[in-house]
Ligand binder design. Sequence first.
Ligand code: AMP
Ligand code: ZN
Length: 466
Amino acid sequence: MQVNLYNTLTKQKANFVPLSGNEVRIYSCGPTVYSYAHIGNFRAYIFMDNLRRMLEYNGYKLKHVMNITDVGHLESDSDEGEDKMVKAAKKENKTPYEIAKFYTDIFFDDMNKLNIERPEIIAKATEHIDDMLEFAKKIVENGYGYETSTAIYFDVSKLDKYPVLSNRNIDDQIAGARVNVDPEKRNPYDFAIWIKAPQNHIMKWNSPWGLSYPGWHLECSAMSKKYLGEVFDIHTGGVDHIPTHHENEIAQSKGAFGKIPAKTWMHVEFLQVDGGKMSKSLGNVYTISQLQEKGIEPLAYKLFCYTAHYRTKLNFTFDGAMASQKALNRLREAYIKHKYGNETIEKNLLEEYKTKFIEAINDDLNMPLAMSIVWEVAKGEIKSNKIAELLTDFDKVLGLDLQNSEKYIENQKKLELPEEILELLEQRKKAREEKNWNLSDELREKLKQKGYNVKDTKEGMTIEII
Ligand code: AMP
Ligand code: ZN
């Protein structure tokens, strides 16, 4: 079935066809590992996971690269401030490499908790300095770069068109640009591809321009070229990448090879918190672990992300996330009921559901629509293990680990119930095994007095808080 994707470059949704046979080559801008990734960042990686899984579901093979930025990302995207890694290293009294390792490990732990598939290639910036240097030299050789006392800049005026991704008007930008940034820049929107290291700067390498380090935009250009070639299929990132980072990646590839590096550019909208920006100063930047501390599972957060299309803003509230936790529990319970069901369901109906599901995901990843189909299937009156199989099939795209539903529900019950209640339940379980129905009823009554309603069903025992 046809896959349609929205392309920021053309501002249109179009039929997606890979450049080379059945393989899709993707590059995703990854984290800058100077601090904990927050739930906003993970919205971007959940989107990336959906894209991967949808393409795989359609039978494509993937070659997907994600970078780890461990050098060169300055505090502002437009060449201002300190390198984020160096700043964090000074603050935490560690080396930048220790900082990078610490936050990269936590990042991948969170990715695992969210059941996000790992891209085939993870590329660390500091391990690709030579590739970046080659790329920078090529830009300069082709006449697009120039040296100042602080950096090697890309001269955007040499391009046929800049910008190409965003709708910004460059003349307005020039008029409104901050003039005091670097007087040696030829044009206000020139950007650094290589930065000369100040005397006691920690991360620096030899280059034709002395001890220096790569600019953040160049990292992605060089690493995508190395693994995916001059032109590949899809480039992903957050909407904040459109005006500067991706615009500059395009400029660099044009400067080096005369080509826009990706055919389709996909951008995920921002997660907001309580209707506004997530920011450290407002104290509303949450990590996956902090959600867990409040009783929200990482997979419930993933489900929460499916309440909005990736191209629309999503507003995070704890009430909303808690509602997704409850919904996930209901989905798991429905899955279990179907798993043990043996009623007959028409094959046609299953095929119809599957077609509707594929139509939704293939239509530029319409996850809210896909979820409405999942619910229709899960809530069906007929309890059949064929439905459970269909739900596990859909889960190849959702990545909610539905097939382990029983394990999650067990764990939750254990987590939620006080020790005293767990003890009474254990005694009751034993009484029932010994067919001591009087004791079992007595214990049920005792639990009821303590606020817990126990029911014995075909699928086992359930407990409700009264
Ligand atoms: P960074 O580590 O800052 O380079 O960001 C990693 C990824 O998270 C990038 O793709 C950003 O565009 C994305 N991102 C940052 N903040 C948010 C947010 N609030 N909502 C969604 N994506 C975000
Ligand atoms: Zn990037």
